[in-house]
Design a protein around this ligand. Structure first.
Ligand code: F6R
Length: 329
């Protein structure tokens, strides 16, 4: 049942390429130029009237929502907030009938997320759920559902569901962008092509698992660790930190790379591992200068970046790990 893997978590990590393909299947038209979401009841007029978006979820799904915020703001140019579900209804959020509320839940059964959905509906908002379980409470009660087709997630720690939620956010963002005319057809086709290339890239990434294992062995001796990054890298860093804590019981914190100097840098001491995510071109130089700050305090830095930046970054870090992408022309 574990398909030859030692744990369900490992099996599910390796199921990511399939989960992406399944989640995209039927939602990108044959020309590769349009996202189609026939399941949505939300019509063009409603989409044009959306004034703000609120994304609400817990844990890993919340972290997917942090990426979702950036995706929707950038593609659709609508203000987006992302809230932890257990906080949402107690902060008196401003919800109107022109608010699109997106709840994200792998299981579709998380109590706080369900309560947030009901709160939003009671204010007349349209609630769209991104969930992995058809027929779950959240899927049943939401006004619209985008199902991630990641397959059953048995391991307690969410993996393939998280990355499939990111795919769902991109599909939704592209769809809304086309209806609202906020991206050119070329920009939309470009992102779709990049998404279609993903499953194969992830397969290649997963085949490098041994290199990652070596690094994991080094950090297993430590009790504290930091993840740093800017922008989307910071959103992903938060998920990385949660996963590390949940699985290894090693304490870690995710910090926006530029925020460390406001108090926390004192905690960076000799040989403390810092995982620096540096995949955002627009802030790469700024991230590198933050990496130099932690290096100056003696941290052992492992950078995650694009292949073309590995050599450059190795001047300032101890190890660099390349994520595989191919830039779609
Ligand atoms: C972390 C993890 C949890 C869940 C959270 C929400 O690995 O699995 O943080 O993400 O409990 O669960 P769902 O998505 O089912 O609402």
């Amino acid at each position: 049942e574990k398909g030859g893997f030692e744990h369900f978590m490992l099996k599910e990590i390796h199921e990511q390429p399939k989960a992406y393909r399944d989640t995209m299947r039927g939602r990108i038209d044959a020309s590769g130029k349009h996202v189609v979401l026939p399941e949505l009841k939300l019509n063009s007029e409603q989409i044009k009237n959306i004034r703000n978006v609120q994304i609400v979820a817990c844990g890993t799904a919340y972290h997917a929502g942090l990426v979702g915020r950036s995706v929707i703001e950038q593609l659709v140019k609508i203000p987006v907030e992302t809230d932890v579900a257990s906080e949402y209804r107690y902060r008196s959020p401003i919800i109107t009938p022109e608010t699109l509320v997106i709840v994200v839940s792998q299981s579709g059964e998380t109590t706080d997320t369900l309560a947030a959905l009901r709160e939003a509906q009671s204010h007349g908002a349209h609630v769209l759920a991104i969930t992995n379980v058809v027929g779950s409470s959240i899927a049943r009660d939401a006004d619209d559902v985008i199902t991630t087709l990641a397959g059953p997630e048995i391991a307690v720690a969410s993996t393939k569901a998280y990355t499939s939620q990111l795919i769902a956010f991109y599909l939704l963002g592209l769809y809304l962008a086309e209806v609202r005319g906020t991206q050119t057809p070329e920009q939309i086709a470009h992102i779709i092509a990049a998404m279609q290339a993903l499953p194969e890239q992830v397969e290649k990434m997963l085949s490098q698992a041994d290199a990652i294992k070596d690094f994991a062995e080094q950090i297993s001796k430590h009790e504290d660790l930091f993840f740093i990054g800017r922008g989307l890298d910071y959103a992903v860093a938060q998920e990385g930190s949660l996963k590390l804590k949940e699985i290894s019981y090693i304490h870690s914190e995710a910090y926006p790379a530029g925020e460390l100097k406001h108090g926390t840098l004192a905690l960076i001491e000799d040989e403390i591992p810092v995982i620096a995510l540096a995949t955002q071109e627009s802030v790469l130089e700024k991230t590198v200068s933050n990496i130099k700050e932690v290096k100056a305090r003696g941290a052992e830095v492992m950078a995650i970046t694009f292949e073309e930046h590995v050599a450059g970054l190795l001047k300032s870090v101890d190890q660099a790990f390349a994520i595989i992408t191919h830039i779609v022309p």
